[in-house]
Design a protein around this ligand. Sequence first.
Ligand code: NAP
Length: 309
Amino acid sequence: MSKFRKLNNGNTIPTIGLGTYKSKPGEVEEAVKYAIDIGYRHFDCAWFYANEKEVGDALQAKLHEGVVKREELFVVTKLWNNFHEKKNVVPMLRESLKSLQLEYVDLFLIHWPFGFKETADGLPTDGTASYSDVDYLETWEGMEECVKSGLTKSIGISNFNKEQVARLVNNCRIKPVVNQVEVNPNINQKELIQFCKERDIVVVGFCPLGRSTQSTTISTYPRSTILDPKVIEVAKKYNKTPAQVILRYLVSLGICVIPKSVTKSRILENFDIFDFELEQKDVAYLDSCNTNQRVSPMSAYKDHKYYPF
Ligand SMILES: NC(=O)c1ccc[n+]([C@@H]2O[C@H](COP(=O)([O-])OP(=O)(O)OC[C@H]3O[C@@H](n4cnc5c(N)ncnc54)[C@H](OP(=O)(O)O)[C@@H]3O)[C@@H](O)[C@H]2O)c1
């Protein structure tokens, strides 16, 4: 099982990355520093997460200490939905770079295929009045500019469905290297993974742990398989944790995963999945958990022309 995956432009992406959504200022800096100390090199960030300054502080600290070199890091950020007009793409990446205190990122993604008006809230609640109908093909031209101006090594997409991936691939000059989508045993995305693979696009799975115990407190979330008694039993057999069994299963689907944690023991645990192999019957059980229920359906925007699900 490889610790890196090859991208279609020759670059490589570490198979496991650290997620940073909802990692609070005050917690995320320590989490990123610790993650670098124990070997993480891939960090999944976004303008929308409003914590890139703290992530940048951690990266700078470790670069200055000499623990890691810039070229060994793989830093990802994403363009939020209010900024899909071509003219906004380069400036928004520059804003993230300023917070991250970097000269370039390794991967810049369109966070969602649908856009909102620039003047609207980040997650508008006033219905279609806040929607923008800017085509993601226009946004992509701005993404390509970011590569040409050296602000990012690679570009990709997130939350794009098969039709949107195909339409983009057929209408771009620079191909996306990654499609970042929700993947966990409740939604294993085998079809989309295969579709992307045929187009030489790597899938990065977000919410790999189905938000863990948080899934019991929010009624719209499907219950995370981390809490499934059968998964707990399987984990005991390998002397591993349920999170490790799930991450191992996901990585064996040929994807990258970006579990989020601000807890040192979990950051360590989530990185330690390369020393065991799941038996076929355990893989079959995890396969059987697929119900296609999402933690992140963004269903408030289902009327949007470019809503993907
Ligand atoms: N592209 C997109 O639209 C999109 C959407 C959502 C997420 N993402 C990215 O994907 C990352 C991961 O997704 P996520 O944060 O939504 O969900 P997740 O990684 O599935 O779950 C995170 C939750 O699991 C807990 N956890 C972590 N490791 C654990 C372990 N070993 N055992 C038990 N619980 C554990 C964390 O708690 P503690 O932190 O308290 O330890 C946190 O509450 C995000 O942080 C973000 O970078 C992208």
